[in-house]
Design a protein around this ligand. Structure first.
Ligand SMILES: [Zn+2]
Length: 506
């Protein structure tokens, strides 16, 4: 028999006519503190989410179905609600397209004369199943954007050649995929990215011929995109009559507007394309005293699925640390916040899909938010949290808003945590879902111990990370994750409290 809940007991006493005595204020229990989140509670979720039955949680697989059902189930049991007015309660469809390059061909000409280019130095991909573009003018665009993040080169109708690396100027400028998309929006028919040697050409070739997943674009990808090896790019520059080093040098000027190369390109490519929907999971804890502002917790549920070739002893990348651990924390944080005194403001919980494919679910949410982005007073991302033991100081990725930083410091200090503000982990800011929201102006933070001790983080990244070895075991350090979970309960309470956080921001 089920143990009756307090609410059921109340209803029963009313039915049999017993008055429920009001509790005099003086005798009311003090507001109970949130019960600490334990390693065992987190382990229980990670064990399930990272089990082989979930097949590594790849978007668009049976593993996705199990994962999103588990998360929505846990959040429903915690007392969260689906977002109002949703056609697909708990779930936000994220249209994705899986494509596999079948290869392509290129012929460049200088003044009509064919240029001999090592075909091994070029990888091509079409947006649609097939594309063929003839006689495109060719433009070198440096990094593609100026220091303000705008495309200034005239690329309309052209093939643009762009550097892969982040621009050496400006701040928080978009990465190459986004810059490629911006060039397409500016009218480029094709974008060829010059791959630095450090990227590893063979690795890149492998990645291109493997299936890749992207969002179905509401705005354009170029009809043909691809990579040029450093050597192939240099050959083209030389054949166009440019000295290579000065051309590369010129591009590092933030005001560089590109150079038309006296070349034409005939490009063709074929691609196998499959469209499908994956899903973000979204839930809401309604505030007791809402003022239109909201707190957003997020973490990605997806991982890499079957990641080793057929015949390998273990084919599944289970993603226990990355990021079953973050989802486990989100589930337990939801339970504590729903159970204790109800915060003033609405608190949203978002489990994103396809983070591993380039923050795709987070970008989709940012374009189609369940709550207006301007109402989100803080977004707190949880990713790869099971790295450190108890007692690890708290670092924040996304620091720089004084009022937010001060509240995080106050809350963490009150819990007895030390603060690490050396900024060592800042380079990770683009490698996590919060980036997609931060790019649209949301105060987006990743707070906790995992990004404080670089030696521990690097040890994980250099070993089990993104391999079949990231699986559940008793050896995963969950002490730091449990502490970070408690910290997030407290942060949720602080940022959702109208007194403590008026939300005027900074
Ligand atoms: Zn990952």
């Amino acid at each position: 028999m089920k143990k009756p809940t307090f609410r059921a007991a109340l209803a029963a006493s009313a039915l049999i006519g017993l008055a429920v005595p009001a509790i005099p204020a003086a005798f009311a229990a003090p507001v109970a503190a949130d019960t600490p989140i334990t390693e065992a509670e987190l382990a229980a979720h990670i064990r399930v989410l990272a089990s082989d039955a979930f097949e590594g949680r790849a978007p668009g697989t049976a593993g996705e179905d199990r994962t999103i059902a588990y998360i929505a189930g846990e959040w429903a049991r915690a007392g969260l609600e689906p977002v109002k007015g949703s056609d697909t309660p708990w779930l936000q469809p994220v249209p994705l397209v899986e494509s596999r390059s079948l290869g392509g061909e290129a012929q460049f000409r200088a003044k009509g004369r064919a240029i001999r280019l090592d075909p091994q130095g070029l990888l091509l991909n079409s947006r649609d199943a097939e594309a063929s573009l003839d006689n495109l003018p060719v433009m070198f665009v440096g990094y593609g954007v100026d220091a303000e993040g705008n495309v200034t080169a005239d690329v309309a109708g052209k093939a643009a050649i762009m550097f892969f690396e982040n621009p050496p100027y400006g701040k928080d400028l978009p990465r190459y995929r986004e810059r490629r998309r911006m060039l397409a929006e500016a009218g480029a028919k094709a974008v060829l990215v010059v791959a630095p040697e450090a990227l590893g050409w063979e690795r890149l070739r492998g990645a291109m011929s493997a299936a890749s997943i992207e969002r179905v674009q509401e705005s354009g990808e170029p009809a043909i995109s691809g990579f040029l090896s450093q050597a192939a790019a240099d050959t083209l520059f030389k054949q166009a009559g440019f000295a290579v080093d000065p051309l590369r040098q010129a591009a590092s000027d933030p005001g560089y507007r590109g150079a038309a190369l006296p070349l034409t390109a005939d490009l063709s490519a074929r691609t196998e394309v499959r469209a499908f929907d994956s899903h973000n999971v979204i839930a809401r804890l309604p505030g007791a005293n809402p003022d239109g502002k909201a707190v957003l917790f997020l973490g990605h549920w997806d991982h890499l699925g079957l990641c080793a070739p057929e015949g390998a002893a273990d084919r599944i990348c289970n993603g226990a640390v990355d990021n079953a651990s973050g989802i486990a924390v989100l589930i337990e944080v939801a339970k504590r916040l729903a159970k204790g005194p109800r915060p003033d403001r609405d608190i949203y919980f978002l489990a994103t899909t396809a983070e591993e494919k380039g923050l795709l679910g987070a970008y989709h949410f940012a374009d189609h938010p369940a709550v207006p982005l301007s109402d989100i007073t803080v977004a707190l991302n949880l990713d790869t949290v099971a790295i450190s033991p108890r007692g690890t100081p708290v670092a924040t990725i996304g620091r720089g808003r004084p009022a937010h930083d001060a509240l995080v410091t106050e809350v963490a200090t009150r819990l007895g945590r030390k603060i690490d503000s050396d900024g060592e982990a800042d380079p990770f800011v683009q490698r996590q879902d919060g980036w997609a929201l931060g790019a649209k102006g949301v105060a987006s933070l990743m707070v906790g111990g995992s990004f404080s001790d670089m030696a521990l983080l690097e040890a994980f990244l250099g070993d089990d990370y993104h391999g079949p070895g990231d699986e559940f075991s008793d050896k995963i350090p969950l002490g730091g994750a449990a502490e970070d979970a408690d910290l997030h309960v407290a942060l949720g309470r602080a940022f959702a409290d109208k007194q403590r956080w008026p939300g005027t921001g900074d």
